[in-house]
Ligand binder design. Structure first.
Ligand code: ADP
Ligand code: ASP
Ligand code: MG
Length: 465
């Protein structure tokens, strides 16, 4: 069971969390728990690190440490009055460590990916003793482990590390023996390299931690507890009438999360899928709701379109030039240059005229990408490389779209009716996702129009799952 930032943010929510664990333990389940940082703490750690390297003195550090102390100890004293002494000592030790690192950062004036990972793992490090003490207060025996101690061994790409296959073995040998007599409380979001350097798994990475741990212990199910009733037809903050989906497939969730649906980390499905472990998404604040079950085949009604998402922190790169037509090696050169600069391509499109290739990448990498591709202009391979910040990518997801004629027509007619101009279109061969690009300001309008077009807020006529 993984509890996200909102589920462990304050006294009320931690009370819900311990209640849930107690309930399922009493019902006979063995449970391993993965926890996130308290909501907002990771953002604060990132903000503070950036501020310190730019700062002319160390004045921001003390108030920051004080605010973290006040926040965590206040919750601790309320949720675990009898167990707060030991946890306070641990938290003070960790704050002392963090304070030292932030001072060192000020003197070095350099935030390397490796030091950043260590710093941002403190959100989970400070919160684990609080949640563990709250569980002890409820007489639940606990064993606290950081991600590395739990056996998550990762690649070396700091900030976005991937768990290596050997993690399964380490997790099995370290976590499974604890399950019979206690609840392992594992700090999410972090692992370590083979050399023992702390890594983080990307923002919202605790979902991924939970999937890696669940797969390592060969869990019967992986449960992601969050602040909504399950995976919905779209982000409820965008479309208030969005509906909870009872069942979705691994593939559909992957498509949704890759395109920005915040409800799950994009990589968190893969470890579960590999072992066929069902993933359940449930609401900490409404635990009796069945939530969403994610399994191999999530098709339980005749609808072709299941859910929608959009991502606005993207940018477009256009590579143009008549000299590209019929010339081999242009695409290879583009992709190699981008790969050399560690730039991930989210969408690709090339018309049959071959005079233009359009790519969608993360917005913050636009300048690096255009500089890197500038080499092709100098070499005369292409005429120009332009960038466009005013775009967002919309994804329409549903495994039932494969082979179903007419869905594309409905999508683009709905866009036309709403006066939304389409800048680029792409559909993968899985056919479970049609994605297209529109202007940033049109993103929310596009989602609302598609939600209406496919009547996603109404219950399907027949739901067989
Ligand atoms: P946690 O702290 O539990 O990890 P997140 O804030 O990362 O929670 O993710 C949950 C949020 O994801 C929800 O509050 C919701 O606003 C947002 N969200 C975006 N897309 C969806 C979707 N399709 N279904 C459900 N929630 C979504
Ligand atoms: N605390 C981390 C973050 O905010 C990981 C997580 O919450 O899943 O990104
Ligand atoms: Mg999350």
């Amino acid at each position: 069971m993984k509890f996200g930032g909102t589920s462990v943010a304050d006294v009320h929510s931690i009370g819900k969390v311990t209640g849930i664990i107690e309930h399922y333990r009493n019902a006979g389940s063995e449970i391993a728990v993965v926890i996130s940082a308290q909501r907002g703490v990771t953002d604060q750690l990132i903000g503070m690190s950036n501020e310190i390297v730019e700062s002319t003195d160390t004045t921001p550090i003390e108030p920051f440490i004080d605010s973290l102390r006040a926040r965590h100890l206040k919750v601790l004293n309320e949720v675990a009055p009898q167990y707060s002494e030991e946890a306070t000592r641990i938290i003070e030790d960790r704050l002392k460590n963090l304070r030292g690192i932030l001072h060192a950062l000020f003197h070095l004036r350099e935030l390397t990916p490796r030091s950043k990972d260590y710093i941002i793992s403190f959100g989970e490090r400070l919160n684990a003793p609080v949640v563990a003490a709250a569980m002890m207060q409820k007489k639940i025996p606990v064993t606290v482990l950081d991600g590395c101690e739990a056996g998550i061994v990762t690649t070396e790409n700091h900030g976005d590390a991937i768990a290596l296959p050997e993690s399964d073995f380490h997790i099995r040998s370290r976590v499974v023996p604890l399950l019979a007599n206690s609840v392992p409380v594992i700090m999410g979001f972090m692992g370590c390299t083979r050399k023992g350097q702390i890594t983080t798994l990307g923002r919202s990475g605790s979902d991924y931690s939970a999937a890696v741990i669940g797969s390592g212990i060969d869990a019967d199910e992986i449960w992601i507890w969050t602040d909504v009733d399950g995976i919905m037809t779209t982000d409820p903050r965008l479309v208030p009438e969005a509906r909870v989906l009872p069942v979705v497939s691994y593939l559909e969730v992957m498509e949704l999360s890759f395109f920005g649906a915040k409800v799950m980390h994009p990589r968190s499905i893969e470890p579960a899928m590999r072992r066929g472990i069902p993933v359940r998404v449930k609401n900490t604040f409404n635990p009796s709701h069945p939530g969403t079950c994610i399994i191999e085949s999530g098709q339980c009604d005749t609808r072709v379109v299941k859910a929608l998402t959009y991502i606005d922190k993207v940018g477009g790169i256009n590579i143009n030039g008549a000299q590209m037509v019929g010339r081999t090696g242009v695409a290879k050169a583009i992709f190699s240059l981008l790969a050399d600069h560690d730039i991930n391509i989210m969408m690709i499109s090339q018309a049959s005229s071959e005079a233009n290739i359009s790519l969608i990448i993360e917005e913050e990498q636009l300048s690096i990408a255009s500089d890197a591709l500038g080499v092709l202009v100098k070499r005369g391979f292409v005429r120009e490389v332009t960038q466009n910040r005013d775009v967002c990518a919309v994804a329409v997801v549903g495994a039932g779209m494969a082979g179903a004629a007419g869905t594309g027509g409905r999508i683009f007619t709905a866009m036309g009716r709403s006066g939304i101009n389409i800048i680029m279109i792409s559909q993968g061969s899985s056919e479970a996702n049609v994605s297209f690009v529109v202007r940033k300001e049109d993103g929310p309008k596009a989602i609302q129009a598609l939600h209406d077009e496919f009547q996603l807020s109404s219950e399907p006529e027949e739901e067989r799952c």
